[in-house]
Ligand binder design. Structure first.
Ligand code: HDE
Length: 677
């Protein structure tokens, strides 16, 4: 279904439905035959004059474009944004003035390191890029799901990416940071210490694109109509909370369903479970620039929410899937330099370098300077200037004049005053020597890495220890392992000692770490918990207790929990009381890692093979700390290994209100206490 917004209306002009049409060549000539090339005799050679074959094959031969140098694996959707109340006091950006105004958006989520076909559950940062099609032109908020970055200066970006991508001599490993060159980079570029804490944390393996935060990372500026500026950091807060999977599960999902995240987004939108995110801003008045113990221009630092609160200023809803992945998701071109009046840059040296890179990369990826004319990239407001020609030009600019100043067209297209909406750069006074150097105020690489560690729950700390131990365990060089251990001795003694033990490295001398501060907002433990849109696999066999199961299933569905039935065969499975369910999966096509919870609902009492399969699913879900439940005979499966006494294990015979307790267990997401041995 196409929903109406100004961007979708614009895209409709370019959308073609080929169904029920006559086939033609690209020149519009009707095609007579599309299976056999034109030959000199039935068994003879193909003839050059076969224009249909030539055209079809040539187009096919040129179908691919270079994948993005980073963030190649991505998925996108359309939606809308609305501000809660006018932000006039802080910014003149038109789309942030009027709560009744709806601005179309297009959002692309991505992993960073992997190539286009890689698994989506890689341990990695996620891209979270939003294009707002405002009435004043496109505004792109090109962010990540982690609020800081590995490096402080764009100069180092090619080095960072070379280090994390597959090693060039053998092309291994794909979509993974667990290898020597990445960790060699980390140890020798210690500004990465803070970001690496995040990429080793649960944040790097999100449960869903719908359940991760987004961050603009850099410090931008809001500028109001009076010219007053505030430093601003942007946040996206998912309404469903921020949740992750566990590492063993992530690796298995990559095999069972490498499209897990895109499928989740696609299906949610198709089901009408529209993902929602609130836009938050942290603001610091310009005059307070030097009041903090971090430099506001340093992209390896966050602004603790307890010190600079996040104000929620609007909501984005993703409500429409793309029509065509190549035309939209692949051809969309984001750029942190696409700003509108009221939003401006700062001197963050990472941001400054990005302002160059994003147009540059589109020139090769999208084949020339006219990529702004591709339907997905076109603003919804008119655009006029004297730029002309180039590969793939669509616009037919009429008239002889393509220069400024001119008299032949009354000096049009005309520039605009600030009052008319002309973009006037913020007039910051800059005065300095030309110098290649890092500011001393950027030199503390460890304080916020420790802040992050201090803010984690016990389970999250354990995950960090495990992640470092996994990644460094895959590093072959003992020297690199030791360098990283020595580096993290500056962050946390506990972390370093545990990891050093796990990988057989030398435990470094204990350093005095005086950072005791923590920021509760950084822990996912403190996020929103909800059952809405969670997916439960319900295992049923022939003869299940119809009414009883139906009651549970209906209650789950009423709470917007998605139920999928699993059995040993597809087709229908019959319960008592004439209750019949159509199966969604067999034990072959289902896997516990694809569900948020598993429920064994009973049936097939005598079928040992059935219960063996059910037990496998259940036990794996249990080992990934998921809620598991059992009704009737299924309970036997949970009465082993002390499972029945564990958190998040719900047995019908032990509770009065099974469904209520099962849902409470689902809302918790993962029962971390089970990890404690
Ligand atoms: Fe990017 N980045 N980046 N990046 N980035 C690209 O642009 C770059 C950085 C981010 O879904 C590229 O069109 C440099 C930070 C996202 O299409 C490229 C530096 C953040 C996406 C590029 C950074 C990001 C990209 C590759 C250091 C979070 C995907 C293809 C100075 C705030 C957008 C493309 C999409 C993509 C360069 C650092 C986010 C090469 C030079 C920090 C979400 O231009």
């Amino acid at each position: 279904m196409t929903r109406n917004n100004s961007k979708k209306e614009q895209l409709e002009q370019y959308t073609t439905d080929d169904r029920k049409k006559k086939m033609t060549t690209n020149q519009g000539v009707r095609v007579y035959e599309d299976e056999f090339s034109l030959k000199a005799g039935k068994r003879g050679p193909t003839l050059m004059e076969d224009f249909h074959f030539r055209e079809k094959m040539t187009h096919f031969d040129h179908e691919r474009i270079p994948e993005r140098i980073v963030h190649a694996r991505g998925f996108a959707a359309h939606g809308e944004f609305q501000v809660y109340e006018s932000m006039k006091k802080f910014t003149k950006a038109d789309f942030l003035q009027d709560p009744s105004k709806t601005t179309p958006v297009f959002v692309r989520f991505s992993t960073v390191a992997g190539s286009k076909g890689s698994g989506e559950l890689a341990r990695d940062a996620r891209g979270f890029a939003t294009k707002f099609y405002t009435d004043e032109g496109n505004y792109d908020l090109v962010g990540n799901n982690i609020p800081v970055f590995f490096i402080q200066d764009a100069m180092k970006f090619p080095d960072l990416i070379h280090a994390v991508k597959p090693e060039p001599h053998n092309g291994i490993p794909q979509a993974a940071s667990a290898h020597d060159t990445f960790w060699d980079f980390v140890a020798n570029n210690q500004e990465s210490a803070h970001m690496v804490m995040w990429t080793m944390s649960d944040r790097a393996i999100p449960r869903s694109f719908r359940m991760m935060e987004g961050f603009g990372v850099h410090t931008f500026r809001f500028v109001n109509a009076e010219g007053k500026s505030h430093f601003v950091k942007f946040h996206w807060k998912p309404v469903l909370g921020t949740h992750s999977v566990v590492w063993d599960e992530a690796q298995k999902i990559n095999g069972k369903d490498p499209d897990f995240h895109r499928r989740d987004l696609w299906e949610s939108i198709e089901n009408g479970d529209y993902p929602e995110y609130e836009l938050g801003v942290q603001m610091i008045p310009e005059e307070d620039e030097f009041k903090f113990d971090f430099d506001v221009l340093d992209p390896t630092k966050l602004w603790p929410e307890e010190e600079v609160p996040v104000q929620l200023i609007g909501k984005m809803t993703l409500n429409q899937n793309v029509e065509n992945v190549f035309a939209e998701t692949e051809q969309v071109a984001f750029h942190p330099g696409h700003v509108v009046p009221g939003i401006d840059f700062t001197n963050d040296p990472l941001l400054q370098g990005r302002l160059f890179s994003y147009t540059d990369t589109q020139l090769i990826r999208l084949g020339g300077p006219n990529f702004h004319e591709l339907p997905i990239n076109r603003p919804v407001c008119p655009f006029h200037n004297n730029q002309r020609d180039g590969y793939g030009r669509h616009t037919i600019n009429s008239g002889p004049v393509s220069y400024h100043n001119n008299s032949m067209a009354d000096n049009t297209p005309q520039t605009s005053t600030e009052e008319e909406g002309g973009y006037k750069h913020y007039q910051e006074k800059v005065d300095g020597h030309k110098i290649r150097a890092r500011s001393e105020s950027f030199e503390d690489h460890f304080t916020q890495a420790t802040l992050f560690w201090n803010s984690m729950s016990a389970a999250e700390k354990q995950h960090l220890i495990n992640a470092f131990s996994f990644e460094l365990g895959k590093v072959e060089s003992k020297s690199i392992q030791q360098q990283v251990i020595d580096m993290y001795a500056n962050v946390s003694t506990e972390l370093t000692q545990e990891v050093a033990k796990a990988i057989g490295a030398q435990i470094p001398e204990e350093k005095e770490i005086n950072i005791t501060k923590s920021s509760p907002a950084l822990s996912q433990q403190n996020t929103v918990h909800s059952v809405s849109t969670r997916k439960v696999g319900v295992i049923v066999g022939e003869g299940f207790k119809g009414k009883e199961v139906q009651e549970v299933v209906n209650d789950l569905k009423m709470n917007n929990i998605h139920v999928e039935f699993i059995s040993n065969q597809l087709g229908t499975v019959n319960g008592t009381d004439n209750i019949v369910y159509e199966m969604d999966h067999t034990f072959l096509t289902a896997d516990s890692v694809l569900f948020d919870a598993v429920l064994v609902a009973g049936g097939d009492e005598e079928n040992k093979a059935f219960y063996k399969q059910a037990a496998l699913l259940l036990h794996e879900a249990y080992s990934h700390l998921k809620p598991v439940g059992a009704l009737n005979i299924g309970e036997e499966l949970l009465k082993v290994d002390d499972m029945k006494d564990s958190e998040g294990v719900v047995l019908e015979s032990f509770c009065k209100d099974f469904t209520k307790q099962f849902m409470e267990a689902i809302a918790v997401h993962r029962h971390w206490n089970r990890e404690v041995v």
